[in-house]
Design a protein around this ligand. Structure first.
Ligand code: MN
Length: 234
């Protein structure tokens, strides 16, 4: 007999953030969202940095800022310069500390196409003042993301076109093979800094061509071999 008292909370805990899984009714429960900054040389250069001198790095978004497929991206508050960043998203089914490179892909459940939406003006002010990036990167609805496609079905894409269109016009283009940190490297490196867990998402960095959106725009984001997703700016 289990005579442990039932856990009670002082108020109802918030729901677990989830993403749908393609071809399954089961949901993927999200733990943390990590993002790789400046993982494409051309994007580092367009942001005014030298990719040979400054390696990629990590920041985080809050898991409850995910925007699910089929929903709109609401134009956020306190900004006049919101940018799109199309990224392949890596979804983990396992984790740990100090994961060796040759075990890293075993941790991957699947892949999705996501948008690392950015209040570029607030991020720029934070950079200039040497302050943290949350106001630029971790605001409400900052992480639109499509369904997760299991690696068991699509494999581990290492090459393939990445692009983003706004109202049908191509804004961003690149290829997965241009990523400075490949997927095993980002998992292994990140696991030295944080304990990775099942449910973690890694937004793997954006190619060149980031730019502003306005209400009414339709963003179509594509990663060859993964998915193509559409989010409308409301
Ligand atoms: Mn990004």
């Amino acid at each position: 007999m289990n005579d442990k008292p039932e856990t009670s909370y002082v108020f109802a805990p918030p729901p677990v953030p989830t993403l749908p899984v393609a071809g399954s009714a089961a949901l993927f429960p999200v733990h943390r969202i990590y993002c790789v900054g400046r993982n494409f040389a051309e994007h580092a250069i367009e942001m005014g940095h030298d990719p040979d001198r400054e390696p990629p790095f990590f920041f985080q978004k809050n898991p409850d800022t995910l925007v699910l497929p089929g929903s709109d991206f609401p134009y956020p508050a306190e900004t006049r310069d919101v940018h799109h960043e199309v990224e392949m998203v890596v979804a983990l089914r396992d984790g740990g500390d100090n994961i060796p490179l040759d075990r890293a892909l075993d941790c991957v459940f699947g892949y999705a196409v996501g948008l690392d939406m950015t209040r570029r003006d607030l991020q720029g002010e934070a950079k200039k003042a040497g302050r943290p990036w949350e106001v630029g990167k971790a605001f409400e609805h900052a992480a639109p993301c499509g369904p997760i496609h299991p690696a068991a079905e699509i494999g581990h894409p290492g090459k393939g076109a990445v692009w983003l269109k706004v109202n049908g016009a191509v804004r961003q283009t690149g290829d997965l093979d241009q990523m400075i940190w490949k997927v095993p490297e980002m998992i292994s490196y990140l696991s030295r800094l944080f304990t990775l867990r099942a449910g973690d998402l890694i937004f793997s960095g954006t190619p060149a061509g980031v730019g502003p959106i306005v209400a009414g725009n339709v963003m179509v984001a594509h990663v060859e071999g993964v998915d193509e997703v559409t989010f409308r700016v409301r």
